[in-house]
Design a protein around this ligand. Sequence first.
Ligand code: SAM
Length: 285
Amino acid sequence: MSADAMRQARVQAGYDEASRLRQSLDLASVLDWAPHHTLRILDLGCGTGTLLAQAFERFPALERAVGIDMLAARLDEAAEKLRGHGDKVGLIAADLTQSPEVDAPFDFIVMTSVLHWLYPHEDQVFRWISQQIGADGHFVLTTYHPVADADGLGGTDELVRQALQLLGDTKGAATARFAAHGVFPIARRTRSVRHLRALLSRHFDIDQSRPQEATMRAASGEAYVRYHAATFGTYYSQLAPPAKERLFFEALGYLAEERMRRQGYITSMQVRQWKCLPYRGGLPS
Ligand SMILES: C[S@@+](CC[C@H](N)C(=O)[O-])C[C@H]1O[C@@H](n2cnc3c(N)ncnc32)[C@H](O)[C@@H]1O
């Protein structure tokens, strides 16, 4: 099982199946916030194209659906999924922090489960997004808010630290590995609600924002390990000594099962959904 996880993590494969545990649960409610007149949609960090496929079902008149992602393998899966929609679909392999070229404007721009990967460039990305949105368009994004402990770790960071402890580290040594390997904890990448509100307000009018508790559950330790490998790749497993990477994934599976037994979930955090409109008040940034 863990040898498979190591292979899977190298290429972040299996995202379609894995994301059913967390990321895809947000997609329907994100689409609820699309303008009724949506004809052109842009999905930032589109992954395997699931949201765009659902958008075609919701908006049969959709004329253009563009997805951007930096992982070519995910875009290949998206292309396969969206093949039936022909040249209405555009898929672009690009880094969102590099202001990619797109055929703007769009009625609806979405970015789900992506923002923490853009740290610390959010302000620049929000400015670029504000330039791609139509006058009556909506920008909807989801942001993650795990509670950070005194070491700045929370959510998955904390599960990972426990796995490193199972491999023999003290808590302090496991925590120190994050800085030593340049792995910035997700609980810090995600920024606070207050900070994000201030950042978004520089470029948009925030129309609505709603929090929701997101609890991660998996049917088995193996299922959690597949989710982890598909979502985080080697981001966290690089913290383990190379000879212990397989054991690291085993430890994650063990801890996931143990938490499910003990508390009925593996991790829990707030996910916030934001609906933003083009900036109309005062001087734009
Ligand atoms: C957790 S997945 C979310 C995928 C999809 N939006 C969803 O909700 O299921 C994060 C996605 O963002 C992409 N991503 C991360 N950083 C990126 C960047 N700088 N530029 C483009 N895509 C990026 C990843 O490749 C990945 O597919």
